[in-house]
Design a protein around this ligand. Structure first.
Ligand SMILES: Cc1cc2nc3c(=O)[nH]c(=O)nc-3n(C[C@H](O)[C@H](O)[C@H](O)COP(=O)(O)OP(=O)(O)OC[C@H]3O[C@@H](n4cnc5c(N)ncnc54)[C@H](O)[C@@H]3O)c2cc1C
Length: 529
């Protein structure tokens, strides 16, 4: 850009070099913001995209960043808000997966540990190191976990987050105030990463936009356009206005998480399902149940899983479950038995046993687990690695995997898609791209007892103008994470947020009232007392 400006100046087209530099800088700054109007115009003006991506979760957004950084012309559309699906409902761990190590899946663990290291480097302020402690009630457990976790450290190589080690029983109680000490032989401490999933998704989206990608939310892919059996574009429907658009693209990528089979069916009616959704639930409790900064890993629950209790934004997140589901839903509902299971497992470890009335929020998400041919049964045994394929129509589909490995999944997908589309071959650039994160301040607001009008005003204005927030839910669920932390508090803020948004977006009182009503109804689903 600066070189182009200098050339124009030398050629006499520009009298004031500084002025042009300013204009360019202003334009560059603008692209760091997500602007729906601008995206809509680009969507209509670009005659043909190199790559069209469907799905604005971790996977799709990662692909948009990767492809834009390689210089391809990229459009991404998401049917709801960015990260509305699974990508805002994780356990918030950036991890190699201690559990997969126990299953002997070394390749997956090594890859994830590498990605964990890159994420810490590329997303400062959004990803942080987190100490986990496993309480042990026999010497055999101490030995088993210590050896396993020393191996985990060793596998992370130069990206190690800290050394695992043994803790005496008194040290465990000191480091995890609030847990039961009876029968404790000691504990093992290890380190992994923790993050804010929806905010990382927005950071990736803003970085992709800054690299030239066009991203638009509330825009659903409804059909494919084809020529001689090959996909060459798609029909999109604007969920806000009901208007339809047709766009042309050299290749289309299906990155719709648990929805990949539905999108595949738009291409070909009879497809063998790629995904088996598996529901995972979390409950949120006050931090007083387990004080301090350390997380607890319960190594074996009654169903043979691990359960985490993780300090997050001033609260405690406890989960998760693994329940095979037959249907998909953007707002999956936690089953009573899943909530009871988490309360029961946590209650066995905490002095102060949490009850239903203590739950501040409950949220559920659907894992897009890749179906392994010929393998039926529990979803916890199904593949956690990702699945990438190209249909005979040229549609590229990516699913499975996990948040931690989104960058690697994106790299593999763009390699495949660029070859399908015959695009010039450019190597992946994302290992060293710093992710745009401006919203450090609002992090402090999650745990605040009271949020002042002024603070809310700043957050709302930023969310609307820089982060494409369109509804009260977008702000209270994914820009601020309050719905996920304390649903009652979120309901209490809805009217103020609606009023501030209406002012910023020029909407009327009816819009405000409808927003408050819709949000309050949705938030009731997070209150499971
Ligand atoms: C309970 C739980 C805990 C987890 N914990 C962790 C963890 O701690 N660490 C970790 O690394 N991973 C974790 N994961 C895994 C991780 O969250 C997922 O692998 C990841 O979020 C999947 O992202 P995705 O983009 O593939 O799917 P999604 O986030 O679901 O995104 C797909 C998007 O596609 C959109 N879409 C669907 N159809 C259309 C259409 N026709 N047009 C436009 N858009 C469409 C959807 O609205 C959705 O937003 C967890 C998963 C679950 C369920």
């Amino acid at each position: 850009m600066a070189e182009a400006a200098a050339k124009l100046y030398q050629d006499g087209y520009l009298l004031n070099f500084n002025l042009l530099t300013l204009v360019i800088m202003e334009q560059a700054k603008d692209r760091h913001s997500l602007d729906r109007e601008r995206s809509l115009q680009e969507l209509q003006n670009v005659p043909e995209w190199d790559i069209l991506i469907t799905g604005g979760g971790a996977t799709g957004l990662g692909i948009a960043l990767d492809a834009a950084a390689r210089g391809y012309k990229v459009l991404l559309t998401e049917q709801h808000d960015f990260a509305k699906g699974t990508s805002s409902r994780s356990t918030k761990l950036v991890h190699g997966g201690v559990r997969y190590l126990a299953q002997g899946n070394f390749g997956l663990v090594r890859e994830a540990l590498h990605e964990r290291g890159l994420l810490l480097k590329n997303a400062p302020g959004l990803v942080e190191k987190q100490a986990f402690i496993i309480p042990c009630y026999s010497w055999w457990e101490v030995l088993k976990y210590l050896v396993g976790l020393i191996l985990y450290d060793w596998m992370s190589g130069s990206y190690s987050f800290g050394r695992s080690g043994f803790l005496s029983p008194s040290r465990v109680l000191e480091e995890l105030p609030g847990i039961r000490g009876k029968g404790l032989k000691g504990g093992v401490r290890y380190y992994d990463g923790k993050f804010d999933d929806a905010r990382l998704a927005l950071a990736i989206a803003r970085t992709a936009s800054a690299k030239g990608a066009t991203l638009i939310n509330y825009m659903r892919l409804t059909a494919f356009c084809k020529d001689l059996g090959k996909i060459n574009g798609a029909s999109l429907r604007d969920i806000e206005t009901g208007l339809s658009y047709e766009v042309k693209a050299k290749v289309v990528i299906n990155a719709t998480g648990v929805y990949v089979d539905q999108v595949l069916r738009l291409d070909e009616a009879a497809v063998t399902p790629l995904v088996k959704p598996s529901q995972g639930v979390h409950i949120v409790l006050k931090s007083s149940f387990m004080k301090g900064n350390n997380a607890l890993l319960i190594p074996t629950t009654v169903d043979g899983r691990v359960l985490f209790i993780v300090p997050w934004h001033g609260y405690l997140l406890a989960g998760t479950t693994d329940t095979p589901m037959d249907h998909t839903d953007l707002e999956p509902v936690a089953l009573e038995k899943e909530i009871d299971f988490i309360l029961g497992a946590a209650g066995q470890y905490l002095e102060n046993i949490p009850q239903r009335k203590d739950i501040l929020s409950v949220f559920a998400g659907l894992r897009p687990l890749a179906v392994i041919k010929g393998r039926a049964g529990a979803t916890r045994e199904m593949s956690r690695s990702h699945k990438l394929m190209t249909s005979s129509s040229g549609l590229v589909t990516i699913t499975g995997g996990k948040w931690t490995t989104y960058r690697k999944m994106a790299a593999d997908t763009v390699d495949m898609a660029s070859s399908v589309a015959g695009l010039p071959s450019v190597p992946c650039q994302t290992a060293h791209i710093l992710l745009e994160h401006t919203d450090r301040k609002s992090h402090l607001l999650h745990a605040a007892e009271r949020i002042s009008k002024k603070e809310l005003e700043i957050v709302v204005s930023k969310a609307v103008h820089d982060e494409m927030a369109r509804t009260v839910e977008d702000i209270l669920a994914r820009r601020l994470r309050i719905l996920f932390l304390d649903a009652e508090k979120a309901i209490g803020l809805a009217a103020d947020v609606a009023a501030l948004m209406a002012k910023e977006l020029n909407y009327d009182k009816l819009w405000e009232r409808t927003q408050v009503k819709n949000f309050s109804e949705l938030a009731l689903g997070y209150l499971k007392k």
